[in-house]
Design a protein around this ligand. Structure first.
Ligand code: NA7
Length: 567
């Protein structure tokens, strides 16, 4: 059935003329979202042969797949955009304070055209495996460069059965791209429309007159619920954990604001790079430590950030994610706001989270809490009365049965490592990435991992990634990798590999920093806690500026912590 879109569609087998293809490349990039596109651009600029493989049938990554109603970025449009080209940033006009998914997708397509990247991107193609050819494994490879049998190169095989080799394999697979479909008995038997927010039908879904259920109240649920509620006859929200949401106060972007930012765009981006998450310079500085202010000052600060809207609320005071007492007070402020918006006090109580504010990524919404005042919206607490099974026509909890025409899964992602582990990646001596990371990801700077020479992850675990403005984090990684490849070329190095000592120290450092904060206190996807059986390890590095400083220092010291081999 066409509507059963939670299962990724099988990728068509595309036949290509083998004579037209260069199979031995300098660089293979996996993924063509923000990271993949910029990596391809930098490689082309440096005159390397490069090919990106992309599973989707268009570029855009996250913004290609997540087409659910209301999908919108929670970082403001003027900041969530590339800064590498002044011409691009001056030419592109954003229309809203927060860009919608269709607008971001248009922007990414514009970038692909403007920098003539499409010839180097192969769509509709999944990478099935990526194996490093050392002297043993290369015997069967058929590779032609470097060692006489292709040793020292990566062999990549795609789902159309084609095989490629390259000196470097660069993963631009995204942090939130491996979708989670919950293991609920009977899900496959549901006869109505079944949709995952991250695999939304391109033609949209007509919910008019339908009884709709939605599982999940993370960002995807929170953004889509108000819109589905307006369209559907009835919407039942199955909530396991409530999430904090701050109103976005999205508005059309005034042309004067846009022009003002463009007058000193590079300067503003530079100032943003000095901030912990690399965005939000216009929020102004955090108000110091919470309890250095009086009660009245604190209340005014919370109110002012609430009026401003969005993720800026989390940086109202500098210690929000460091001091539990400080966090409790800000969280209580948000809970009071929820009770002020939601008319039924029992529903308001159910919607009020009791975890640390910000330890799960807070949502940014338009009319989320208000949606629960509608007569056609019902909130069901499935932490108390869990979902037991799905039938052809209904969702059954321990106590009730809900007849549904459509079911939406807003159930999230196997974040940061899921997309990497979906590919059979093997390094030196056949070591698999899955085995190497069986107790959690081990990386040096989130860029490389020992045993995997010439293998890079863009915004990999151990880098700021999801705790920073993703586009800025991506540009910093791509630039670092491109500079590193240039260094190798001038020095005559053929391989680079993180050392085991450097990555061990780095993983310890990432965890030490996380343990100084309140981040590890709840079951977030930052910790992998949303995936049954996934090791509980805090994956992103907290703090963009010290991370960048470390990366620059490593490079300045001749890539300290990496080892090289020469031709
Ligand atoms: P999230 O934030 O991981 O949210 C997933 C939601 O789905 C969350 O509320 C989960 O509850 C819920 N969930 C998952 N599995 C189940 C089952 N089996 N039963 C009930 N509820 C379930 O994903 P999103 O797509 O919303 O957002 C991801 C990020 O994208 C977001 O943070 C932004 O950065 C953009 P739980 O909390 O696990 O109890």
């Amino acid at each position: 059935m066409a509507e059963r879109s939670h299962r990724p569609a099988p990728h068509p087998v595309v036949r290509r003329d083998p004579d037209l293809m260069e199979r031995d490349l300098d660089v293979i990039v996996v993924g063509a979202g923000f990271a993949g596109l910029y990596m391809v651009h930098r490689m082309r600029q440096s005159g390397r042969s490069v090919r990106a493989f992309e599973a989707g049938n268009g570029v855009g990554g996250t913004w290609f797949w997540n087409r659910y109603p209301g999908a919108r970025c929670d970082v403001e449009s003027m900041e969530y955009s590339y800064g590498f080209s002044e011409e691009l940033e001056q030419a592109w006009e954003w229309t809203e304070r927060y860009a919608s998914q269709p607008e971001i997708l248009r922007y990414i397509n514009h970038v692909a055209d403007r920098f003539e990247l499409r010839d180097h991107i192969q769509l509709d193609t999944k990478v099935v495996f990526a194996h490093y050819l050392d002297s043993e494994s290369s015997r069967e490879s058929g590779g032609t460069k470097r060692g006489s049998n292709g040793s020292g190169r990566w062999r990549v095989v795609t789902d159309d059965g084609e095989s490629w080799t390259a000196a470097f394999c660069i993963m631009a697979t995204g942090c939130l791209s491996s979708t989670i479909t919950p293991d609920i008995p009977g899900l496959d038997s549901f006869a109505g429309g079944l949709y995952h927010t991250s695999r939304w039908p391109h033609e949209g879904v007509d919910f008019a007159g339908k009884r709709v259920g939605i599982i999940g109240t993370g960002s995807s649920g929170v953004q889509s619920i108000p819109i589905i509620a307006r369209e559907a006859a009835h919407l039942t929200v199955f909530q396991r954990t409530p999430n904090f949401s701050i109103p976005a106060h999205n508005v059309p972007l005034a042309s004067e604001i846009q022009a003002e930012i463009k007058r000193d765009y590079q300067g503003i981006r530079a100032q943003n790079r000095e901030r912990a998450a690399a965005f939000g310079i216009h929020w102004g500085p955090a108000g110091g430590l919470t309890f250095d202010s009086t009660g009245d000052e604190r209340r005014e600060a919370y109110e002012s950030r609430w009026r401003m809207g969005g993720l800026g609320f989390i940086s109202v005071f500098a210690d929000l994610l460091l001091d539990k007492r400080a966090n409790d007070e800000a969280a209580e402020f948000v809970r009071a706001k929820i009770h002020g918006i939601v008319e039924d006090p029992e529903v308001a109580a159910l919607l009020s989270p009791d975890h640390v504010l910000g330890c799960k990524r807070p949502c940014t919404d338009t009319g989320y809490y208000e949606a629960f005042n509608r007569p056609n919206v019902e909130l069901v607490d499935v932490s108390r009365d869990p979902v037991e099974r799905i039938t052809a026509t209904s969702l059954v909890t321990g106590e009730r049965e809900f007849e549904l025409d459509c079911l939406v899964l807003a159930t999230g992602f196997d974040a940061m490592t899921g997309a990497l582990h979906a590919i059979d990646i093997r390094g030196r001596d056949g070591l698999t990435l899955v085995d190497k990371w069986s107790a959690g990801p081990i990386t040096y700077l989130g860029l490389g991992t020992s045993g995997f020479p010439n293998f890079f992850t863009i915004t990999g675990p151990g880098s700021p990634s999801v705790l920073a403005n993703m586009v800025t984090a991506i540009e910093q990684h791509v630039d670092w990798i491109a500079d590193c490849l240039e260094f190798m070329r001038t020095q005559g190095h053929s391989t680079i590999e993180a050392t085991a000592t450097a990555e061990k120290d780095w993983v310890e450092h990432v965890n030490t920093v996380a343990d100084m904060t309140l981040y590890p206190t709840c079951n977030s996807w930052y910790l992998g806690a949303n995936v049954p059986g996934k090791p509980r390890v805090f994956m992103p590095h907290i703090g963009f500026p010290p991370y960048v400083e470390k990366c620059e220092d490593v490079a300045a010291k001749g890539y300290e912590g990496f080892s090289f081999q020469d031709r």
